[in-house]
Design a binder for this molecule. Structure first.
Ligand code: GLN
Length: 304
């Protein structure tokens, strides 16, 4: 399969079409990005890698980082983790509070904001320096040292984190947040403010395509059984209330972020990362979804 040729074609096709959607304005520091940024990067298990457009430019990975945080915590805590966060699709927007009351403070899954806040709370419990440990985890996966938080983005989100703070306090009232809500929010906003390129992302997530093993040095990041589970949650919950649509159109496990990034994993083969900042109404990159849909249509490859 000539992936490079297929991606060249779908990239220019999507680029030539109208760029629909809207850049979110609720995190002022990421609202200024050019709407026309568009990058894609492909990396397979042999580290054969190529990209197009703005694939070497850093952007705010936002909720994509929830996958790193989940892997980190899951490896350390094991199945005990699922007492504090569930594995069901929420069918609701990523920042929704509505189900938390009926579910007694247990978030539906680790990829909605409430779930990621619980993961951050656990990180504060198990790490002496969670921010540094997270960064070194990601630096190890990407094999690049220059992966950092954008402090301006983190500060901007902290100043506007009224919904996330409400969620955190609400879960604390049920006993599912154990640290001070302010500390959890601070860590969460930093987690969302990590900056990476499409190229770095498509390399970093290869362990999810390789039964948990980092292909370059065979280090086991997660067990094969845990990888199966993380990919299952990505497929069913990675795009919030558009997870069914992404699965229907693309057919791969994946994760989006409000910075306009999307990663998708084809188990046993490759990882692909796309970035285009304009989001559809469900908070997922308009062009990112389109490109991936066209890509798997052309290759005929999906997990189904
Ligand atoms: N930082 C964003 C928020 O908490 C992350 C949401 C996302 O990327 N979907 O709202």
């Amino acid at each position: 399969m000539d992936y490079q040729k297929i991606i060249t074609e779908v990239y220019s096709e999507v680029k030539s079409e109208e760029n629909k959607g809207k850049i979110p304005d609720y995190i002022p520091e990421i609202a200024n990005i050019s709407a026309e940024k568009f990058g894609v990067s492909f990396t397979d298990l042999n580290h054969h890698s190529f990209g197009f457009g703005d694939f070497e430019e850093k952007f705010s990975i936002q909720s994509i980082s929830k996958v790193f945080a989940l892997s980190f915590v899951y490896e350390k805590l094991g199945e005990e983790l699922w007492h504090r966060v569930d594995v069901e699709p929420s069918g609701n927007p990523f920042n929704s509070l509505v189900q938390l009351e009926a579910d007694k403070g247990i978030p539906r899954n680790p990829f909605i904001n409430a779930g990621a806040l619980v993961i951050c709370d656990i990180l504060l419990e198990i790490c002496s320096n969670p921010k540094e440990e997270l960064l070194s985890y990601i630096r190890n996966l990407s094999e690049e040292e220059d992966i950092n938080f954008n402090e301006k983005v983190a500060a901007s989100e902290m100043q506007n984190s009224f919904r996330n703070t409400a969620m955190c306090n609400f879960m604390k009232s049920f006993g599912n947040i154990r640290n001070k809500p302010d500390a959890v929010i601070e860590l969460y906003c930093h987690l969302c403010a990590i900056e990476m390129t499409c190229k770095q992302l498509s390399k970093s997530f290869l362990y999810l395509a390789n039964e948990g093993e980092k292909p370059s040095n065979m280090a086991q990041i997660l067990s094969p059984s845990k990888v199966k589970r993380v990919n299952a949650i990505l497929l069913t919950c990675g795009f919030y209330d558009e997870s069914g649509e992404f699965s229907f159109r693309v057919g791969l496990p994946g994760k989006s972020g409000v910075g306009g990034g999307i990663i998708a994993i084809y188990p046993h083969h490759y990882c692909i990362a796309v970035w285009s900042p304009k989001l559809n109404a469900k908070g997922n990159s308009y062009r990112g979804m389109k490109l991936l849909e066209e890509f798997t249509t052309q290759t005929g490859e999906s997990i189904f």
